[in-house]
Design a protein around this ligand. Structure first.
Ligand SMILES: NC(=O)C1=CN([C@@H]2O[C@H](COP(=O)(O)OP(=O)(O)OC[C@H]3O[C@@H](n4cnc5c(N)ncnc54)[C@H](OP(=O)(O)O)[C@@H]3O)[C@@H](O)[C@H]2O)C=CC1
Ligand SMILES: O=C(O)CCC(=O)C(=O)O
Ligand SMILES: [Mg+2]
Length: 425
């Protein structure tokens, strides 16, 4: 690929061809040759990205015959960033600037160490760009092996609040002066007497705001309206965490009434929009058993950050696993969006070319659809569907699928491309 001399910072090469995606008056404007930044990711990220980018490019080429093309621009985060930029540079300013300026991006998974070390770069990106909605559709592809009897009954779209909650990582380690200060404040000034072992406790803070809840619930209800869905369920643990998770529920209902004209049904608090969409709520532990026993009761899900994290992996498992679970982090007001899989770096498979690339491919499919390139997005769904029907799959599906041909990540990508070409021929 040719590059211009213009650089964003010394490591980011801006493609010579290509223009920015922009947003004006709430409307996206997507040129035929958009520049889209990508982060390859850690662990299995490079294996997955290599296969995915070929599938995305092929879909666009087959659909539009050269008239449209994505001009990819590599930006760095995670381990590769430290290699390129130097020590401590896990999320360089140039990367943030690129995502900010070019509006859209796509990324592979990034490692977050447990217990210590750096805070999540994934979370930092969502916070820095204020990508407040994590949208994770969960749908079943016919033929995918699943642990449940009727995986086809699962058809949900999770809207997970993406910037607040305990997930924001505001916490203080036991034994530090900061933890001592928090303890002194809680016990000494606030009169809290419920901390069982105050001297050896670490402390975490769970901020949940009205504004944060409202913009997420608004996005979920709007999605339900735009896509003819049946219901929006607010999933929370508001019986225990009354002002945070309970606040999420109450603010959610209030917004549905105030902005969408919902009225209470059966004595409330459930309510209904004039077009019939039901707004309901469910306590999170009950929700986790209900999605297994009667998934057809649920459609669009609006929930807090940590609940959404658990729920998205659990639901993904019902339709075959996180190898096929896409997602997008979106700010619907500014138009910024970073598309990424639900799963992590799966480090034990790194560099082996065996991992399932479907989640990133489907995240790319979401991106193309969001850009309005629906023909290319549809082709990807067909190509993936055909490949699964032919039982040509990666190890994760092969281990539970009778008569499967187990293939490498790269070959799986080739097969999808072959099937997309056959569909178009
Ligand atoms: N957005 C992001 O960038 C995310 C990053 N992470 C980070 O990733 C790292 C590893 O996290 P971990 O908890 O192990 O979770 P992972 O999602 O990385 O992997 C857990 C298991 O899920 C299965 N799996 C994951 N991805 C795929 C795939 N593409 N195809 C098929 N199977 C897959 C594998 O199961 P099996 O062993 O059965 O084959 C794997 O061992 C951590 O540092 C974590 O913080 C985690 C989630 C999201
Ligand atoms: O940031 C991480 O390492 C984990 C994030 C995660 O699990 C998720 O967003 O689903
Ligand atoms: Mg997760």
């Amino acid at each position: 690929m040719e590059y211009s001399v213009r650089v964003m910072d010394k490591h980011i090469k801006v493609p010579a061809q290509g223009e920015k995606i922009t947003m004006k008056d709430g409307k996206l404007s997507v040129p035929n040759h958009p520049v889209i930044p990508f982060v390859e990711g850690d662990g299995t990220g490079p294996d997955i990205w290599r296969a995915s980018v070929r599938v995305l490019d092929a879909a666009v080429e087959i659909a539009y015959g050269g008239e449209r093309k994505i001009e990819w621009m590599e930006v760095y985060a995670g381990e590769k960033s430290v290699n390129v930029y130097g020590e401590g540079e896990w999320l360089p300013q140039g990367t943030l600037d690129a995502f900010n300026e070019y509006l859209f991006g796509i990324k592979g998974p990034l490692t977050t160490p447990v217990g210590g070390g750096i805070r999540s770069i994934n979370v930092a990106l969502r916070q820095e760009l204020d990508l407040y909605a994590c949208v994770r559709p969960v749908q079943y592809f016919d033929g995918v092996p699943s642990p449940v009897k009727r995986p086809q009954d699962v058809d949900m779209v999770i809207f997970r609040e993406n910037t607040e909650d305990i997930y924001a990582g505001i916490e203080y380690k036991a034994g530090t002066p900061e933890a001592d200060k928090v303890r002194e404040f809680l016990v000494g000034e606030m009169g809290v007497n419920k901390i069982r072992f105050p001297d050896s406790s670490s402390f975490g803070v769970k901020p949940v705001s009205k504004e944060g809840t409202e913009r997420l619930v608004r996005a979920a209800i709007q999605y339900a309206v735009d896509n003819g869905r049946k219901s929006v369920a607010l999933v929370h643990k508001g019986n225990i965490m009354k002002f945070t998770e309970g606040g999420f529920r109450d603010w959610g209902y209030e917004l549905a009434k105030r902005e969408f004209g919902a009225v209470e049904i059966d004595g409330g608090p459930w309510c209904q929009l004039p077009n019939g969409i039901v707004i309901k709520d469910v306590i999170a532990d009950n929700f986790l058993q209900q999605i297994l026993l009667r998934p057809t009761d649920y459609d669009v899900i609006a929930t807090l950050n940590l609940n959404g994290d658990y729920v998205s992996d659990a639901l993904a498992a019902q339709v075959g696993g996180i190898g096929i679970a896409p997602g997008a982090n979106i700010n619907y007001v500014t138009g910024h969006a970073i598309f990424e899989a639900t799963h992590g770096t799966a480090p034990k498979y790194a560099g082996k070319d065996v991992i399932n690339p479907s989640s990133v491919i489907l995240s790319g499919e979401m991106m193309l659809r969001y850009m309005g390139w629906t023909e290319a997005a549809d082709l990807i769904l067909k190509g993936l569907d055909d490949t699964i029907q032919q039982k040509v799959v990666t190890y994760d599906f092969a281990r539970n699928m009778e008569g499967a041909t187990e293939v490498k990540t790269s070959v799986f990508g080739d097969k999808i491309i072959e099937n997309m070409k056959a569909r178009k021929a």
